[in-house]
Design a protein around this ligand. Sequence first.
Ligand code: CP
Ligand code: NVA
Length: 300
Amino acid sequence: MSLRHFTSLLDLSSEEFRHIIHRAAELKNNHDRDYQPLKGQVLAMIFEKSSTRTRISFETGMVHFGGNAIFLSPRDTQLGRGEPIQDSAKVISSMVDCIMLRTDKHETVTTFAQHSSVPVINGLTDLEHPCQLLADMQTYFEFRGDIKGKTVTWIGDGNNMCHSYIQTAVLLGFTLHIASPIGYQPLKQYSETAGAHVKFFDSALEASKDSDLIVTDVWASMGQEEEQKLREIAFKDYQVDEAIMKVAHNDALFMHCLPAHRGEEVTARVIDGPQSVIFPEAENRLHAQKALLEFLLCNK
Ligand code: CP
Ligand code: NVA
């Protein structure tokens, strides 16, 4: 099989995306400790930003599959001292079987992939968070079945998560309603390629009418901490609360990639309420990424 990367959801066809979701569910439901397809293999994980879920899920997934994961922080490696990305990609990929990166700039991941001899996985950039969408979609399928033809509502910042939701709407065939304040809308390079799959709304309530899934994320992402106060003002009408859940379908789900700020982008009553599936969603990072590793490394 030729070398495959996962720098973006666009690296997958619709069929491959669906295959990974189904395989993730299989791996979750039939956990066979003797199934070790990555025995002796090593995943290098480069984190320029903090992480709980991404780090633990990849590390645990590699152990389940009989392999190992190495955690690399730019602070403790030559990456942080300016060694060229091209050189780092060539050197690291000559020693390991797969590389996962969480970086400030999306371009770092794509440049790394261009010079790597092993698969490169995007573990979050400023522009996209594709691994989270594998887990989110696995979670929707697990609770409600196929998402094709459904309506999903994104409320809040048009950030990396929102961009990955736009790409998923096209790949899996749902309609994405977006309600973001002026100045915080997703980049046009994402929304303009989605055609009728994306619809913009001025009001979060309007965007949520008859929706099957309500999703939000923090108002200030990693690296935007100094904008927190400004963003609290800009986003004050973009909180997911019970009024939003009420206008959505009765069986609508609530998702959030976490970490969350209760009382900001979502109320405690919603995120800790009966329609919230945030903890299965977080757990599914493990299963979805095991399916991804199997897909990239085992020709499945
Ligand atoms: N959702 C997510 O990517 O979480 P972490 O930042 O903890 O990895
Ligand atoms: N948009 C958030 C997602 C965290 C998982 C961030 O980039 O910080």
